[in-house]
Design a protein around this ligand. Structure first.
Ligand SMILES: [Zn+2]
Length: 214
């Protein structure tokens, strides 16, 4: 989530909201969910296609919203507080039969970690999205923790994934390994055939060779 302070008011944008900055004089999109117009004639348009999270409220007035409070209170995986011990603590709070995708990308256990960024995290850790967390070895958990930290840091540093666009309409600089853009190519590590499957709300992408199902 991104929160912007505007005096005593807050604007909050979450997953699914497309934001576009438009210079003065540029045509606004006919359909939009929010249009912010500035004194210099420029504007920011927010559009939502399937679903999205978009709030405008007085400071403090959204504190009964669990998604918002989780995003504010839980440590970001980019922060120093998100240690390996913290990660293991999250893991001990779920059933061992829960899948790797279920653990990482559902119920807001890790704020901001959704289906979009999940694919490369699991690929780099060599873990199949459907593998049960209880069956992951301690070495596997260590590499999963490092992959969460490193993959998200790299995506952030490079301005987001190349499957998304920034405020000016330019794609992010992080080249996705596994995404709708790439899954028809051979696996960049083993050359095998990549797989796309619908699983737990959204497609998962994986290499059955580099991420064996157990
Ligand atoms: Zn592979």
């Amino acid at each position: 989530m991104v929160e912007i302070s505007a005096g005593k008011k807050r604007l909050l944008f979450g997953d699914g909201v497309n934001l576009r900055c438009l210079p003065a004089g540029e045509k606004r999109p006919e359909k939009h969910q929010l249009l912010l117009e500035f004194d210099d004639g420029s504007s920011v348009a927010a559009t939502v296609q399937m679903y999205g999270l978009l709030y405008a409220f007085r400071a403090g007035a959204n504190d009964d919203n669990p998604y918002y409070m989780i995003a504010r209170e839980k440590p970001s995986p980019l922060s120093a507080e998100f240690t390996e011990a913290y990660f293991e603590g999250l893991l001990s709070g779920v059933k061992p039969a829960m899948s790797a995708k279920g653990f990482l990308a559902t119920e807001q256990r890790i704020p901001g970690l959704g289906n979009g960024v999940l694919q490369d995290i699991l690929f780099r850790a060599g873990i199949h999205p459907k593998n049960k967390v209880g069956g992951i070895t301690s070495a596997g958990l260590g590499s999963l923790y490092r992959s969460v930290k490193e993959t998200l840091a790299e995506m952030t540093l490079k301005g987001g994934r190349d499957t998304e666009k920034d405020l000016y309409g330019n794609p992010g600089g992080y080249g996705t390994v596994l995404s709708a853009k790439t899954w028809k190519n051979p696996c960049p590590v083993c050359g095998g055939v990549l797989v796309r499957q619908a699983y737990l709300g959204g497609n998962v992408y994986f290499c059955p060779n580099c991420q064996p199902q157990k």
